[in-house]
Design a protein. Structure first.
Length: 302
């Protein structure tokens, strides 16, 4: 299975020693390595009756890549650990592998190794390494009162797609596709770093939840402008059909893996970014001056 996963695959120049030994060796030209890891568990994070194995593989890579670019870095190497039942068809593991390599290719990166074990359901754990390219990492803790708050990427699409799947609706294939395979605005992360972003995070749990993490880390408050976060036509149409609140999807829906960042007041935003609010003295996330009521997004243990 490992041979099938790596045969004929191309490694980037940063991979000095790829799969086949006890560990890989990679080049770290910057002298620093940015690292992150995420896990997907069948039945909790994905369903194979809703998503193809290839889509699951792409999604697993995308959520890890978004973490690296949200630091202002660029992904270079991925380590993949796969658990699956003994009777899993090889066609499933082949498709997972194809999906993983397909998304890794978006970065010009490589899959440099990993692990494989038997488990009761399919589990994918990916560790990604990234390169800062000589720049300082953009942390959650750098936002300052007066900064502007901006986002890059789509908000609420994955949550809307999940709602359509739960309802058994076939009317919103684009939204369902956004849930099956997120499309993070990868290049917007390093672009924000070059443009002087003071803080940044990827939106994996929900806009309010993840800006809440940034707010706590920076010791500031965040005030969002609801007029700048109006749901688009597709979200409004789906919400009407499904009896849901499109605004809730935008503010609390995760897994689009959009990026949120703060920039100095008056600074020009790089391409792909749009202003949605302002950083103020205080704490917490507010919308039009009012504290957000209810959950701000995904809760892992609820």
């Amino acid at each position: 299975m490992i041979d099938r996963a790596v045969a004929g695959r191309v490694q980037p120049a940063s991979t000095l020693l790829g799969p086949g030994d006890d560990a890989a060796v990679v080049r770290a030209a910057d002298g620093r390595v940015v690292a992150s890891t995420d896990m997907l568990v069948q039945g909790r994070h994905f369903r194979l009756d809703w998503s193809s194995p290839e889509q699951v593989g792409r999604k697993a890579v995308a959520q890890n890549g978004a973490d690296i670019v949200s630091m202002g870095a660029w992904p270079t190497s991925f380590l993949v650990a796969l658990g699956c039942p003994a009777d899993t068809p090889v066609s499933v593991t082949d498709a997972l592998t194809d999906g993983i390599w397909s998304e890794v290719a978006e970065f010009g990166a490589g899959v440099i190794g990993g692990d494989m074990v038997q488990s009761e359901q399919v589990v994918i754990s990916i560790t990604v390494l990234g390169d800062l390219g000589g720049h300082e990492p953009v942390l959650r803790s750098g936002a300052r009162a007066g900064d502007q708050v901006a986002v890059a990427g789509r908000l609420g699409w994955s949550a809307a797609g999940l709602a359509a799947l739960l309802a058994g609706s076939a009317d919103f294939p684009e939204l369902v596709g956004a849930h099956q395979v997120p499309t993070p605005p990868y290049r917007c992360g390093p672009a924000a770093a070059r443009a002087g972003a003071t803080a940044m995070t990827d939106i994996s749990d929900g806009l309010v939840a993840d800006l809440g993490h940034l707010s706590v880390a920076s010791g500031v408050g965040v005030d969002l402008d609801a007029n700048l976060l109006e749901p688009d036509a597709q979200l409004r149409s789906a919400a009407t059909a499904l009896g849901a609140d499109a605004r809730e999807w935008v503010f609390t829906g995760g897994e689009d893996h959009a990026l949120a960042a703060t920039f100095p007041a008056g600074a020009a935003l790089p391409e792909g970014w749009r202003r949605i609010g302002v950083v103020r003295a205080g704490d917490g996330v507010h919308v039009d001056g009012r504290s957000w009521a209810g959950a701000g997004g995904w809760q892992s243990f609820s």
